[in-house]
Write a protein of this length. Structure first.
Length: 182
């Protein structure tokens, strides 16, 4: 899939501007490194981003995923007249069983429905682009914010997953969204 044509948009929400979802660019590294200074983001995200150099490496992995067709990661930005502000991330990961989605929201953008709006846009794009019949979303049971995002984006809670230490020391939730064809 061509990185230059993969642009997704959301509508504005009450008190929040529209969002643009675009493939990550090397120029995003400073903003990505700043976003990962947030302790809450570091608690849930598995990305090894600690500084601008590691952010650059992480972005290259995301771009390589587009090339291989196994991961489609989008920077979520609020377009502005001068420079777009990074507010989050969403990704579609192809798996042996289908596909999973993931996301995070930058600390300064929380409370503006960034994650559910971006996740809905990614979900519709994934169903339309790849002919998938379902998408899965996984998170630890103690990540209540992620559970709310899943529900707001139409992902039903379908089951409890066992803990998988060391990466996932607690049980998890499995949410699924089934493509209805509508």
């Amino acid at each position: 899939m061509d990185l230059t044509t993969a642009l997704l948009r959301t509508e504005a929400a009450e008190g929040a501007p529209a969002l643009l979802l675009r493939p990550w660019d090397r120029g995003d590294a400073p903003r990505l490194a700043r976003a990962h200074r947030d302790p809450a983001l570091r608690r849930w995200a598995t990305a090894p981003v600690h500084d601008e150099a590691s952010a650059t490496r992480w972005i290259q992995v995301q771009r390589d995923g587009w090339d291989s067709g196994d991961r489609y990661a989008f920077a979520v930005v609020e377009p502005a007249p001068a420079e777009a502000e990074l507010v989050g991330h969403v990704a579609l990961k192809r798996t042996a069983d289908g596909a999973e989605v993931g996301y995070w929201t930058a600390a300064h953008a929380r409370g503006r429905a960034v994650a559910p709006r971006a996740l809905r846009a990614l979900t519709e794009w994934a169903f339309a682009s790849f002919g998938l019949s379902r998408l899965d979303l996984l998170h630890q049971t103690d990540n209540t914010a992620s559970c709310r995002v899943a529900q707001k984006a139409g992902y039903a809670l379908c089951g409890l997953l066992p803990a998988a230490p060391p990466d996932f020391p607690l049980p998890g939730h499995l949410h699924t969204r089934v493509h209805t064809g509508a």
